[in-house]
Ligand binder design. Structure first.
Ligand SMILES: NC(=O)c1ccc[n+]([C@@H]2O[C@H](COP(=O)([O-])OP(=O)(O)OC[C@H]3O[C@@H](n4cnc5c(N)ncnc54)[C@H](O)[C@@H]3O)[C@@H](O)[C@H]2O)c1
Length: 357
């Protein structure tokens, strides 16, 4: 059976090796505006020079691609995804989907118009413990979920401003709460819900006081109301003086509660309390990899997360199914962060959150 031809844009992506490991796909072209990053990808993947492109339009025109995987900085995601889809390619896009509401709407419209598959590569939704928790929530064991929290705290000051040259990078212009899908995505998936109203707070810059861009905001917090009536709180920082980085989640339901205790590699456990099952706090394992997955795929991404993500995306293409994080869900995981930042800048007001389908 003919393999799907996959092209990758953005040189730090984990995805080329994963698509090469999948029996139905192969990496046939790469693109990066930086010649050194391009050469590094070429050498690592064993590609020829004719399979490498500095220019994105030429890459789309000449490489005859069935699939484009986008792993460039966020401000390029929407434009590159739309061009690829209009060129007939299916798209897997790194997070978040876009950094402007109008681009989110254009993404949804383009998928409708072209009929190709678009999936947001929200790998946190595929972390093994999140997939296990999703089953617990969907089985109703925690009852009706009425409140949830997510936190993603990760100090990346060197990716905001180059420590040697002082040059500002794209993350200098990204409000921390814009990068919300790692926290909000898994919660919306578990709740099978979407955000309808948002507020946000946080505009102080005490950690990097000499930097005036929004990327230097110390900490932002968003509060959301969902369509089904739940409340969600998300906390986010990219500069805070705290190590190590972590993802935290908690869900409260009418029958029980589940929480990971400051999840980070090496501390892979959480706690669950289900009142009518055992009336005891139960320790639950949160391994980063599914123990049942083949050994060789466990080192290709964040545990087995990207392995299952790629598997689902390829299956959606091959069987003409809706991808699990399709464009509608992908922008639903993106827009609330954009609105929460706007709400914070307007003085912590509540704003409606648009939904496109
Ligand atoms: N899912 C995850 O766990 C995870 C982790 C890190 C980064 N990301 C996402 O991956 C993406 C890339 O992040 P990064 O830290 O690798 O960014 P980066 O700034 O290192 O850029 C990645 C590459 O893209 C190239 N590039 C920049 N603009 C380009 C363009 N217009 N066309 C082609 N190539 C271009 C750069 O030269 C670089 O080699 C972002 O969307 C980020 O949010 C996701």
């Amino acid at each position: 059976m003919k393999k799907l031809r996959v092209g990758h844009v953005g040189g730090r992506s984990v995805y080329p090796r994963l698509f090469n490991a999948h029996p139905r796909t192969e990496t046939v072209a790469v693109c990066d505006i930086n010649p050194a990053a391009l050469e590094n990808m070429r050498a690592t993947l064993g590609l020829s020079k004719s399979q490498c492109f500095l220019d994105y339009d030429e890459f789309l025109r000449k490489a005859d691609l069935d699939v484009v995987v986008i792993a460039t900085p966020i401000p390029f995601h929407a434009e590159q995804a739309i061009k690829a889809m209009e060129n007939g390619a299916h798209v897997l896009s790194e997070v978040t989907a876009a950094n402007r509401i109008e681009d989110c709407e254009r993404l949804v419209r383009t998928v409708k118009k072209t009929g190709v598959k678009y999936m947001l590569a929200e790998n946190m939704c595929y972390f093994h413990f999140i997939r296990e928790w999703t089953k617990i929530v969907h089985e109703g064991r925690l009852g009706r979920i009425y409140y949830a929290e997510g936190e993603y705290i990760h100090q990346v000051r060197d990716l905001i401003r180059d420590p040697v040259t002082g040059e500002l990078k794209w993350r200098a212009y990204r409000p921390p709460i814009h990068y919300i899908s790692h926290s909000l995505g898994p919660l919306l998936m578990m709740l099978d819900d979407r955000v309808v109203k948002a507020t946000g707070a946080g505009k102080e810059r005490y950690t990097m006081p000499d930097l005036e861009t929004v990327g230097a905001i110390d900490m932002q917090v968003a509060l959301f109301k969902t369509e089904k009536g739940a409340t969600i709180k998300i906390l986010r920082s990219q500069v805070v003086a705290r190590e190590p980085p972590f993802h935290y989640f908690v869900l409260y339901g009418s029958k029980g509660c589940i929480e990971n205790t400051g999840f980070r590699l090496g501390e892979e456990w959480g706690v669950m309390y289900v009142e009518d099952e055992d009336k005891a706090v139960r320790r639950i394992e949160c391994p980063i990899s599914n123990p049942e997955a083949p050994e060789e795929v466990k080192k290709l991404g964040h545990g087995t997360s990207e392995y299952y993500l790629v598997r689902d995306f390829v299956e959606a293409i091959v069987n003409d199914k809706k991808p699990p994080i399709d464009v509608v869900k992908g922008v639903d995981m993106t827009i609330p962060g954009i609105i929460a930042h706007e709400a914070a800048m307007k003085g912590e007001v509540w704003l409606d959150v648009p939904h496109f389908e």
